[in-house]
Design a protein around this ligand. Structure first.
Ligand code: SF4
Length: 407
């Protein structure tokens, strides 16, 4: 068995540090242009150089997304952008548009290119076509089943990448006009406002304002709203199918999402390769994934076409834990410096989550600011010092259980 790479999103420098800390083998990120996810922070050219240096120091590969579909009048800017990017030693481009691929070849002929999910590769012949174009890796469409992925593996030799976790589009990954039409934000330019998650009704065209009584339940009618993909239980099948890279979706998501998903998949994958003969997906791993804000989990198309249970019939995000702080430093005397992101008060029980599923609980008896002041509560962006009865590391995240089940 060949151990696949674990590929995580890194929308900004903080997410990159978190992805490295929690065990990513590689990250994907965007510059300021042509990378979709225009609503994410993304990196300036200078930041990108620093990000690649940081990742490489930690043995982590970096793939740069240039997966937009540019118009004619953007092609000059595209070439200029790629010339700028040519100076940065990231490991591969992620592209979808043949014109962009051609321009990368002209500017950086020796740089590897991975085919983006935006190219919608749904069959082996398409993968073979891209192999003949010297594409190093193809991202298999989320609309493919395990059996179909296996057939692509048998008929091609290029690297295969598959999504294992994250949001699903109701359309073929981003090939959708809903956002353009309803909010003027073009999904194919990375600006999707996700109207597929909104509440819909039907109106007959000659009776404007009269809503046809479509009723799913008291929460509303969410006819386009998919659950989130989760293939944690199928890691052995993905490995046996010869998938080279397991991709986590979410450049727009926060650091708590990146950390929480990565630490579970990292631990499961390492366990599978350490003890393949007695491996089994443990309930506690799935419970961990349920401590992240999500919309219910589905295996999507992986086991065959989705059924109605794979759809989310209400808008509620399941959110039973909240991220409250990040460990920014561990001092020589063992005390830790926490940067607060969500108000903490005396009496709160906090959980420190580290890589490899390590975890420690601590009830806050007193809050001391960095200036040595005792305060009843700490607010976002404040730094506090704390002593905890277990080891914590820089960039460990801290969360708190919520009593509210949904939001
Ligand atoms: S509106 Fe929904 S289905 Fe369409 S591109 Fe955005 S996330 Fe995907």
């Amino acid at each position: 068995m060949k151990k696949p790479e674990l590929l995580a999103p890194a929308g900004n420098m903080e997410k990159l540090r978190i992805a490295v800390h929690y065990g990513a083998d590689a990250v994907y990120l965007g510059g300021k242009s042509f990378g979709l996810r225009n609503l994410a922070d993304n990196f300036t050219t200078a930041e990108l150089a620093g990000a690649v240096a940081y990742a490489h120091e930690h043995g982590v590969k970096v793939y740069l997304t240039v997966n937009a579909y540019p118009d004619n009048d953007e092609l000059v800017a595209l070439t200029q952008y790629l010339q700028e990017m040519a100076l940065i030693p990231f490991d591969a481009y992620i592209a979808a548009d043949p014109g962009v691929i051609e321009t990368i070849r002209e500017v950086s002929p020796h740089r590897d290119i991975h085919l983006s999910t935006q190219a919608n590769t749904t069959n082996w012949k398409s993968a073979l076509f891209w192999q003949k174009q010297d594409i190093r890796r193809v991202n298999l469409a989320r609309e493919m089943s395990l059996t179909e992925m296996e057939e692509v593996r048998q008929r091609t030799t290029l690297e295969l990448e598959a999504f294992v976790h994250g949001a699903m589009c109701i359309s073929y990954s981003g090939r959708c006009l809903l956002s353009s039409v309803m909010s003027g934000r073009n999904a194919n330019k990375g600006e999707c406002t996700q109207p597929c998650r909104w509440n819909y009704a039907i109106v007959e065209e000659t009776r404007p304002g009269e809503y046809f009584p479509v009723f799913e339940d008291d929460n509303g009618t969410f006819i386009f709203n998919s659950k989130d993909l989760c293939l944690l239980q199928y890691l052995p099948q993905l490995v046996n199918a010869g998938i080279d890279s397991l991709k986590i979706e979410g450049r727009m998501k926060g650091i708590y999402y990146v950390a929480s998903v990565l630490r579970v998949y990292r631990y499961a994958l390492d366990t599978l390769f350490a003890h393949p003969e007695r491996y089994g997906c443990e309930e506690i791993w799935l419970e961990e994934l349920c401590k992240i804000s999500h919309r219910g989990y589905t295996t999507g198309f992986f086991l065959g076409h989705p059924k109605d249970v794979d759809h989310q019939y209400h808008s509620s995000y399941i959110r039973n834990h909240e991220f409250v702080a990040i460990v920014q430093d561990v001092l020589p005397d063992g005390t830790i410096v926490l940067e607060v992101r969500n108000r903490i008060t005396v009496g709160d029980t906090l959980e420190f989550i580290g890589p490899a599923l390590s975890s420690g609980f601590h009830k806050i008896g007193e809050i001391i600011t960095e200036e040595g002041q005792s305060v009843p509560a700490a607010n976002p962006n404040q730094r506090i010092v704390l002593r905890v009865p277990f080891n914590a590391e820089r960039y460990d995240l801290v969360r708190r259980a919520k009593f509210l089940a949904t939001q």
